[in-house]
Design a protein around this ligand. Sequence first.
Ligand code: PFF
Length: 475
Amino acid sequence: MSSKFSKIGFVLAVAGSAVGLGNAWKFPTMVGQNGGIGFILLYLILTLIVGLVIFLAELSIGKLSEKDPVNAYKLLAPKHKTSWSIAGFTMIGAILIVSFYSVVIGWIVKYTLLSFSDLPNNIQDSKALFANFMSNDFTSQFFCFLFVFFLMFFIVSKGIKNGIERLNVWLMPILFILLFFMLIYSMSFDGFKAAYHFLIFPKLSLIEELGFLEAIFGKIDENSILSALGLAFFSLSLGVGTIITYSASLPDKTNFIQASLIIIFINVLIGIMMGFVVFTYIFEFNAEVSQGPGLIFVSLTTLFSNLGIVGNILALAFFVSLFFAGITSAVSMIEPFTLYLVNTFKYSRKKALFLISIVVFILGNLCILSSMNFSAQSLTFFGKNFFDLLDYISSNIIMPIGGFCAAIFVGYIINKDGVKILFSPYMNNFFFCLWYFFLRYVSPLAIIIIVINQIYPQLFQYIKFYALKIFLFFT
Ligand code: PFF
């Protein structure tokens, strides 16, 4: 196995995996679509009661086995080794994610380059630029993807310590500093105040008008709850073997509870900082808050271009920080399968990476082609293009299933005493029992609910309907 992380390297590498396009892209988009503060609170609660709980379960699997996900389940399962090893194969989800995720990092590369030139200064031109890039410009997309592709495989080929740790130890602080300065700069705009009211505390006049709870949670419905849970999963890189794999290289005698809390704190903090930067400009220029993915590539670009040369610098800082956030996450998706091939078939790291890279190259190109006008039609399945399909299958199905397996495995299958010994130096008995309770009952149930609702929303409605009927019958 590759050498272990240093303590700080572990925290930064896992934080690097967690902080990514999810924070910069999905988080502000979903916050915008679900009304701001209420959604953030929901996301925080779910991050703690489901995200942190499963995160610690995956960390235990990695630390106790010091293996890749498949061999970890095999080693730790007292019986049914083969059936449990299937749970480890949810790491395929990480390969699917990296295939479309690296395409998006490619778009970021394109926009980083664009920030050196004249950015479009009205929404129409900006939309046209993005649409043309997405649906006609195969060459640009291909070369941007190729750049990201070589970079990430090169980094992973250097191993845990010299590749992944070194990347994160450099890029994570730079990302933070860039974001910090962007945040300070955005404070000079009136839009910042509006962003504050949207993200942290509603306006007093709104509270007086609607009441406190309505002002905060007014826009929350059951879909928001499910989106917040999905986001908590995606954002903490759960369910696809990444946390298991990184924890296999956790240095001994690390207070991993403290490390996990720091990682989650960094992840939430960067999401909120990103949210402030994005929404300050959105409010400053009266752009639409709930417009989806165009938020970053269309609106923000236009807004930056209206700030003259400062706008170019801001755009550059913004896209570079997004690029850093993305690349540190992308490498973490490749490591689990690499370690599996190395452990199981005794391949060299290079050979393992070569095989994985072929798959990522093919899937990545199919993702690009699936949005091109000339090929979109033949790459549409079940009403979704190939890109969206990969995103859907990996984020909405494989990740929750992977998290569910980890919860059941640690909660019911492996010996409780072994887990307790691992936790006892860093967690007192009360919190251990609380965590164990959530792991056995609350988190799996929450996951079952999201998966059912994702795959078959009507079934969810029926269950709700009959549950209510039964409840009313007995009361
Ligand atoms: N957590 C990353 C983000 O928020 O962008 C995405 C991610 C990384 C998902 C690593 C899965 C993974 F294994």
